[in-house]
Every structure is written in C-alpha cells, then in structure tokens.
Design a protein around this ligand. Structure first.
Ligand code: ADP
Ligand code: MG
Length: 376
C-alpha cells in the first residue's frame, strides 16, 4: 500500500529544505501542511497549509496527525517528543529514535564510537567539572555545543587548553563535544535513501568545500579513488541499518591524507550538499524523500550530465543591494534557486546555483567566472 496523490503530507520545519520538499511533493500531486512557529517561512509560504505554532503545541500536533497521512522533518532540531506524539496518529519518518540520536552531538558521537564507526579523537564535556581532565592531545581543537548548532554556529576553535574554560562559558556552560582539529585533505558526503524494506539507493558523492564552517561548494562527482567512495557508502549504509532508518540520510565524512575516512556528522534529512541533485540527477533528494515517505519505489539517482558544481548564495551577496541575477542566468547550463527569504543577513543561506558541464574542470571554471562576475 502506498499513500495516494491528493493526500496531505506533514512537514515539521519551514526552511529551504522544506520548501524544496514541498515543491517535489506538489509536483507529484500531494498537498503539504507545514508546522513552523514563524509567521513567514520559505516552505510555509508555498504549502497548502501553514500551522503557525510551536513544535510541542498539542493542538497543532493533533491537527497535523489527524489531517496528514505521513509526516517528515526538514531540520533535525525538531523535539523528538513531537515525533513520538505524532507517531501514534500517522506515519512518521524518520522516527523519533534516530532523530534524538543525531540531533545531539554527544549522543551522535557516542552512537558512532560505540558501534565501531570511524570518528576522530574527541572528549565529551558534560559540565565545568570535566574541563581540567580533558586530554591535552585534543589541542588544537574545536569545541562544539551538543545541541542546535548548524553552519559552524555553536563552535569555537581552541588553540590551547588554557582557553577551554573561557570557550565553554562562551557557549553557555552547556554540554559540549571537544574534537581534535584534524588536517583534512577533502570532505565528502553520502546522501542515501532507505525504505522500510532495507532497500537503499545512493546519490553520487560530492566533494564539499567549506568557508568559515559553512558549505560553500559541492563538486560532483568527487574525484577520489573508487575504493574510498565505496568505503564511505558502506559506512553510511551500516549507519542507516543501525538506526533502523527510513528516509533520506546524509553522512558527512572527513578524508585524511592517507585516504583514511572518518565520520564527521549525520543529518536525518536531505542535505545542502545534495542540492545539486535537483538539476543534475534523474531524481532529486527531495523527490526521493517524498517517494520513501509515501511508500513509492525509489527513483534513479543517475547523473543526467557528467559533472556539476553547486555554489551556495549567502546573504553577504546583498551588501550592495539585490544581486544582478542575469550574471548567473546568462549561462544557459546554470540553474538558479532562491529560497524566498525576505531578509538577507551575512552567513544566511539565501539560495544556490548549479553549473552543469561535461567535466568537473569545465564546471569549476564556469563557477569561477560567475563568482568573479558577482564578486564573491
Ligand atoms: P555544522 O553542524 O555546522 O555543519 P560541522 O561539525 O560539520 O558543523 O563543522 C563544520 C565544518 O567545520 C566541517 O565541515 C569542517 O570543514 C570543519 N570542521 C569541523 N570539525 C572539524 C575537525 N575536527 N577538524 C577539522 N575541521 C573541522
Ligand atoms: Mg556539518
């Protein structure tokens, strides 16, 4: 049995990932209700229905649970309790258990380490009493708040052990993970879809380049040996199996200089590094999310062209007013996506563009020309 087009689907969160899910769902004939506390949001403004309420509002959850056949999420900081509550009324995927693990860096790291997945050296800091006992070999390190960090937020780089207490206070004296700062040769990510019958499909693996902790570009396909890509995919698949996961899952990896790979973090949803799939694959990560949620077959994730480069457009680009989009759109093999956010703030993700080409070199060159033109 699958969920038929025309049915209402529920979405927790109204950001850009939710907007792209909503477009994919509507394209396939579904209707969408978005639950998001903000009056205005990228997904809320295009969905059939927007419930403006807190994620733990019983009335809103009751309405969602009674009007939607299935509910999914677009960001991981949804209270797991809301998912547990909804699961009594309708299909919820991914489930509360998976989300509660990956939304908390301490639980996520311990889950990975205890199940034998490769992670870099780290220490868990529950409170100030742990600080004097932190292993000095973790410095220089990065202190990461255990809850609700994203785009490099809630993180502080630490050179020496003596500034650890100061950094811990700056992050609010809340539970943290301290990671050793690693020398990375590359970063890659595996986006996969897994259904209840353990069928798994993978998207092509991108190489991801970050600036100030925020994803800047994804380059597809990553030019790494097939062995490394296969190893990363197998680890991601085993993580999904361990979590008994249904839906779209992203696993971010660090690649070290000897081709050793370590898991950085897990996202229980489509991922920024998979946005290229909207234009470069037969099926996008968002359409796949709809298909899995509705119990439909997986679509092909094959690339429609050999190479693609996705570049994020941040609010910084608005410093002299609205950018001239002709500078992107004059390239006919380049696709522009804007998320409909009213206020452009530095570091805020406002949109992205994807260059399609026959080779990675060509896609990178075209991207560089556009960036030079727009001066970023
Ligand atoms: P976020 O939740 O903000 O994506 P991440 O933990 O993925 O946080 O960190 C963002 C980026 O910062 C990573 O993609 C990587 O470029 C860099 N980074 C994070 N942790 C480390 C580390 N231990 N060593 C080196 N670089 C790191
Ligand atoms: Mg990350």
């Amino acid at each position: 049995m699958y969920i038929k087009p025309g049915t209402m689907l529920g979405l927790l969160g109204g950001g850009q990932l939710g907007r792209m899910f909503t477009v994919a769902a509507q394209q396939m004939g579904y209707r969408v209700t978005v639950l998001d506390p903000a009056a205005e949001s990228p997904a809320g403004s295009i969905a059939e229905h927007h419930l403006q309420a807190d994620y733990l509002d019983d009335d809103a959850l009751d309405e969602l649970g009674s009007t939607c056949a299935a509910v999914t999420i677009e960001f991981e900081n949804v209270p797991a309790q809301a998912l547990r509550y909804l699961a009594r009324r309708c299909i919820v995927s991914p489930d509360a258990e998976s989300v509660s693990i990956v939304q908390n860096r301490i639980r996520e790291k311990l889950f990975l380490a205890e199940n034998g997945f490769p992670v870099g050296p780290f220490a868990v800091i529950h409170d100030g009493q742990n600080l004097p006992w932190v292993d000095v070999s973790l410095f220089p390190g990065i202190l990461k708040s255990s809850q609700s960090g994203y785009d490099g937020k809630g993180q502080i780089r630490i050179e020496h052990a003596d500034i650890l207490p100061e950094a811990f206070t700056a992050l609010g004296n809340k539970p943290c993970v301290l990671e050793k700062r690693l020398s990375l040769t590359r970063e890659i990510s595996v986006v996969l879809a897994r259904d209840n019958l353990d069928q798994v499909t993978f998207f092509p693996v991108p190489e991801n380049r970050h600036k100030q902790g925020i994803l800047d570009m994804s380059i597809i396909p990553a030019t790494l040996s097939d062995g490394v890509i296969e190893k990363a995919r197998e680890i991601a698949r085993q993580i999904a199996i361990r979590l008994n996961y249904a839906g779209i899952l992203c696993v971010e990896f660090f690649v070290l200089d000897d081709d050793q790979i370590l898991v950085n973090e897990i996202a229980p949803r489509p991922h920024n590094s998979g946005h290229y799939s909207l234009n470069a694959c037969v099926t996008s990560q968002f359409e796949q999310q709809v298909r899995i949620l509705c119990g439909l077959p997986h679509g092909s994730t094959r690339l429609v062209q050999e190479a693609a480069v996705m570049t994020n457009i941040l609010g910084d680009l608005w410093k002299n007013g609205e950018p001239d989009w002709n500078r992107i759109l004059c390239h006919p093999q380049t696709k522009l996506h804007l998320y409909g956010k009213r206020a452009a703030k530095p570091g805020r993700k406002m949109g992205h563009f994807t260059v399609l080409a026959n080779t990675v070199e060509e896609a990178l060159q075209q991207t560089a020309r556009i960036r030079q033109d727009l001066q970023f």
